[in-house]
Design a protein around this ligand. Structure first.
Ligand SMILES: C[S@@+](CC[C@H](N)C(=O)[O-])C[C@H]1O[C@@H](n2cnc3c(N)ncnc32)[C@H](O)[C@@H]1O
Length: 201
């Protein structure tokens, strides 16, 4: 089935072939929030799935918009919504987010979104991240899977490709690490990148 169609993803949620879902927030994001290294601000979570990460940031003061084009994912986000973690839930294709979203986020967060989209659309994806972020905004990318696998989704990601895509758009790499708390099947196959958009784009 076509990864560009929400029907593919709806079918995965319906058939419970949604093994990407960790059932709660991603451990390295919990640590980043605890460390207070990121000042709460406006964040968009791309391909948010059930919204565990979106709610975790919202619970700690971030003003979060969670986007996913699957009706099943959006329904799940509504079902799991909590007043302590207010999230704006948007059922929408990330590639056609409306213009008023341009330059309006302090943070863009992705985990298992970049690897879920059609690899031919990766340059378009990087343009999207750039247009969503405010000048000096931060792109938080937990890149997975860095294991050179064939086929997908998830489609393999190369660290060099991520660096090229964002540095070519004027982003500065401000941190990278292989998180020690990655869940065991993903340990050594993911890397966290923090990029800062330039102040004059
Ligand atoms: C592998 S899942 C990851 C979900 C979530 N990030 C997580 O970690 O649980 C990929 C998600 O991306 C969504 N998705 C894929 N392409 C999309 C697009 N173009 N626009 C919006 N959502 C998309 C799918 O509906 C699916 O929920």
């Amino acid at each position: 089935m076509d990864v560009n169609s929400p029907r593919k993803w709806d079918a995965d949620y319906e058939r419970k072939t949604d093994g990407w879902d960790l059932g709660g927030p991603t451990p390295v994001f919990k640590r980043i929030i605890r460390s207070r290294q990121l000042i709460p601000g406006r964040m968009i979570v791309l391909c948010a799935g059930r919204g565990h990460d979106a709610r975790q940031f919202a619970r700690h003061g971030f003003q979060v918009t969670a986007v996913d084009f699957s009706s099943q994912a959006a329904e799940e986000m509504h079902r799991l919504a909590s007043p302590e973690a207010p999230v704006e839930i948007l059922q929408h294709d990330i590639f056609t987010l409306p213009e008023p979203f341009n330059l309006s986020f302090d943070y863009v967060l992705e985990y298992t979104c970049f690897c879920a989209i059609d690899p031919k659309r990766r340059a378009e994806y990087a343009d999207l991240v750039s247009r969503l972020l405010k000048p000096d905004g931060i792109y938080i990318d937990l890149a997975f899977p860095l294991d050179g696998r064939k086929g997908g989704p998830p489609f393999a990601v190369l660290a060099a490709e991520v660096l090229d895509l964002f540095q070519a758009r004027g982003f500065k790499l401000i941190a990278r690490e292989k998180p020690s708390e990655s869940v065991s099947p993903r340990r050594h196959a993911e890397e966290l990148f923090l990029f800062q958009k330039s102040s004059n784009r």
